[in-house]
Design a protein around this ligand. Structure first.
Ligand SMILES: [Zn+2]
Length: 165
């Protein structure tokens, strides 16, 4: 007797029909938005009890006209992104030249710790911490259509990000 199940495979919403002759797959290709909707529907519901990730705090000091961030490597490790990516984000946010010298990020402007950490926090909230399960286990990927998406390796959530550099 036929029995069906809807599932996603390679951008298609499929119906799997079991017949006495074998399994029949009926597929329909979905648009990007529909695909995302379906992907969200299929996500497991997660409880908030696994939320234990803390956004790192910049260890910074102002020296002359510069601000030095001494724990950029640690922040990059926590984010699982490169130091350069964080530097690019901060360059845009602060509109000042930024260079990396070994473990130290050097910003060509005086930035108070409060302001700097506000930007770091926003970076993590936008690009690192999964909006569904709040874990930092995300990576950046690009869809076939060229959308930049954040993919969570912990819960499978996929969502788009704007202005990703
Ligand atoms: Zn997640």
């Amino acid at each position: 007797m036929p029995e069906s199940l809807r599932f996603l495979t390679r951008g298609r919403l499929c119906k799997r029909i079991y017949t006495k002759h074998g399994i029949l797959y009926l597929g329909v290709y979905l648009g990007y938005d529909e695909l995302l909707d379906r992907a969200f529907e299929m996500l497991p519901k997660l409880s908030a009890e696994n939320v234990d990730f803390k956004i790192p705090v910049a260890d910074s000091l102002i020296q002359g006209n510069k601000t030095l961030v001494k724990n950029i490597s640690q922040m990059a490790d926590t984010a699982r992104r490169s130091k350069e990516e964080i530097a690019r984000y901060l360059t845009k946010e602060i509109a000042a030249p930024i260079s990396i010298d070994g473990q130290t990020l050097s910003i060509g402007a005086k930035i108070q710790p409060g302001e700097l950490n506000e930007k770091i926090k926003r970076y993590f909230e936008t690009y690192i911490v999964c909006k569904e399960c709040h874990k930092p286990d995300t990576k950046v990927a690009e869809t076939q259509r060229g959308y930049v998406v954040i993919v969570c390796e912990a819960c499978g959530a996929i969502y788009t990000v704007k202005n990703y550099q």
